[in-house]
Design a protein around this ligand. Structure first.
Ligand SMILES: C[S@@+](CC[C@H](N)C(=O)[O-])C[C@H]1O[C@@H](n2cnc3c(N)ncnc32)[C@H](O)[C@@H]1O
Length: 561
């Protein structure tokens, strides 16, 4: 893989064969796809497509010509020819202040406009997930965010000793719940109300949930309708799933307030993302079982939820699982049969450097061997969080300059595991740090995940180390390549450490794949399947040219570079 400040040649020790297979290639022109030509091509094709204007035109002529034929009483092929000629000349005849040709052209234009409007509507319904301004993806993102927030709050309450685990976690049963338990007419409605009241327990603690309560008080739907929705979801996905989802105020609010059309859109998206939601809750460490256990007596004896827990709020283990289409296929990420382990920071071992020659670009002031990511005394580049040029106490985890977006690992078929955004990511946001085991420049033990590392402000060819994420790393190692990538690597300084961070070069939508550009060199002996127009594969086949990317720096997003 290749960050902007990277090279593939990785110093003089790297031979050409190794170069070609090494993920980080030096001196390789990087290719950034231009604005989607495919859409232009598509439009062009459309206009001349057999089902498009050309054929319609001839149909239009034909039917007019048939009318003329009928009027003239002739129907033999010869007649047709004769009358076709007549028709052709009639095209220039002015009728009602326009020629037949102009009329045809106008009708055609209207037809085309109508068709493209319909297509645009269909696309915006499915792509943007919007209907009448309803942003279903935005709402889904809010549900993920709520679940994450509740899990984080549980954990901090548990850490401060405030939150006993299990039954007492949400407090004692409220009067309403006792009432419901005693007089419940049906399991579904009782559970639905109880799930709604989940947020009552927390409303005294946060104004956010109080707002939600107020919204729920203004509920547009009669209770029965909301209960039916809860019931259907529980029937379809199980009570466990519903109990998990009910920790999101946005979800409960939507159940109660959305009209049927919008609810159908939301529940379709929930169905589509059911596996993702389940994995997400698990990765967040959300304690979801208490509610079900607390309400156990409301369920038929066949459903005994006491067996589930009470679970303790767990430390989150984000990006632990790979989301797949079927829940039964969810798995841990592995490489060459070994589990891939998540780590928060680079791992440096002096022993890894012992036998490697000092790289030519190793800074003269830096002892060799030593951890090349540590800032000694002074850095030519300021910390991107506090602007200090000397080692500062900023940490990556708590720095406000880092977005730490909600993302998930997901199976992308032939391209393997990839990363999917679970929230909108603005252009310029720093998403995370590429971490792994630090090896000397030119390390040839990892042809898939190794990233050449050069210091901030230095040329990308000046590689001083290789970060191998094959075994130890974080979610950033799973970003697949795209020739029209959404992010780039960038070397920066933060908290007394040199780091290679991932920066969004454009806005990334909810559920969009988070891709990065590995550099053309990575694909010299591999096949890129990003499928975007202007892909490096087209270049290899000689179908397109390539462009040198513009020099890009953090100042474009407000940082000094
Ligand atoms: C750094 S890893 C990315 C994560 C990887 N997909 C996985 O499952 O671990 C790079 C590897 O992912 C696959 N890959 C990434 N982007 C690809 C693309 N555009 N086309 C084909 N394969 C791709 C290739 O196997 C590549 O060697």
């Amino acid at each position: 893989m290749k960050p902007p400040p990277t090279t593939g040649s990785s110093g003089s020790s790297t031979g050409s064969k190794k170069d070609a297979s090494h993920p980080i290639e030096s001196g390789v022109k990087k290719f950034y796809a231009r604005k989607s030509k495919s859409s232009k091509v598509f439009q062009a094709t459309d206009a001349s497509h057999p089902t498009g204007s050309g054929v319609r035109k001839s149909y239009a002529r034909k039917s007019k010509s048939s009318k003329l034929l009928l009027a003239a009483g002739g129907d033999s092929p010869q007649d047709e020819k004769k009358w076709q000629g007549l028709f052709d000349s009639a095209r220039d005849v002015v009728t009602d202040s326009e020629t037949v040709g102009a009329r045809l052209a106008r009708l055609l234009k209207a037809l085309r406009e109508e068709r493209s409007k319909k297509e645009a509507e269909e696309n915006s319904m499915s792509d943007a997930g919007e209907c009448h301004g309803f942003d279903v993806k935005g709402l889904m993102a809010q549900i993920y965010q709520d679940l994450h927030n509740v899990a984080t709050a549980q954990l901090s309450r548990a850490a401060s000793g405030e939150a006993p685990t299990g039954r007492a976690f949400y407090g004692e049963l409220s009067d309403t719940e006792v009432f419901l338990r005693d007089v419940s007419a049906g399991v579904t409605s009782a559970i639905a109300s109880a799930l709604n009241s989940l947020h009552h327990h927390e409303s005294s603690q946060s104004s956010e949930t109080r707002d939600v309560e107020e919204t729920m008080a203004r509920c547009l739907l009669p209770d029965d309708a909301a209960h039916e929705r809860y019931g259907k979801l529980a029937t379809h996905h199980g009570w466990k799933f519903l109990s998990k989802l009910a920790h999101s105020a946005a979800f409960c609010n939507a159940v109660c307030t959305l009209d049927e059309e919008l609810w159908q859109i939301l529940s379709a998206s929930i169905d589509e993302n059911a596996v993702s939601l389940m994995v997400f809750v698990d990765c967040c460490g959300l304690e979801w079982s208490t509610e079900l256990i607390r309400l156990n007596s409301l369920f038929p004896p066949t459903l005994d939820f006491t067996k589930y827990a009470p679970l303790k709020p767990r430390k989150p283990s984000p990006h632990k699982w790979v989301v797949t289409e079927k829940a039964s296929d969810v798995h841990r990420p592995t490489f060459e049969g070994q589990k891939q382990i998540n780590i928060p920071n680079n791992i440096y071992r002096a022993a890894s450097f012992t036998y490697a020659p000092r790289p030519p670009f190793w800074p003269p002031t830096l002892p060799y061997p030593s951890d090349p990511t540590i800032v000694h005394n002074h850095c030519t580049k300021p910390c991107i969080n506090c602007s200090s040029r000397t080692p500062c106490p900023c940490t990556f985890a708590t720095s406000s300059s880092i977005l730490h977006p909600l993302v998930e690992l997901r199976s992308y078929g032939g391209r393997g595991v990839g990363v999917r955004a679970l929230q909108p990511i603005p252009a310029g946001a720093i998403l995370g740090e590429y971490v792994g085991e630090v090896f000397p420049a030119g390390y040839d033990g990892d042809a898939v995940y190794a990233l050449d590392f050069s210091l901030p402000g230095r040329a990308s060819e000046e590689v001083i180390a290789s970060i191998s994420a094959r075994r130890y790393g974080n979610w950033t190692r799973f970003m697949n390549h795209s020739c029209a990538a959404a992010t780039r690597f960038k070397s920066v300084m933060l908290g007394g450490r040199y780091r290679c961070v991932v920066v969004a070069v454009r806005e990334i939508g909810v559920f969009e794949e988070v891709t990065i550009d590995y550099g053309d060199g990575y694909w010299r002996e591999r096949r890129c399947e990003c499928g975007v127009e202007g892909c490096v594969e087209e270049f290899k086949r000689g179908e397109v040219g390539r462009e040198e990317p513009e020099e890009w720096n953090l100042s474009t997003i407000g940082y000094e570079d």
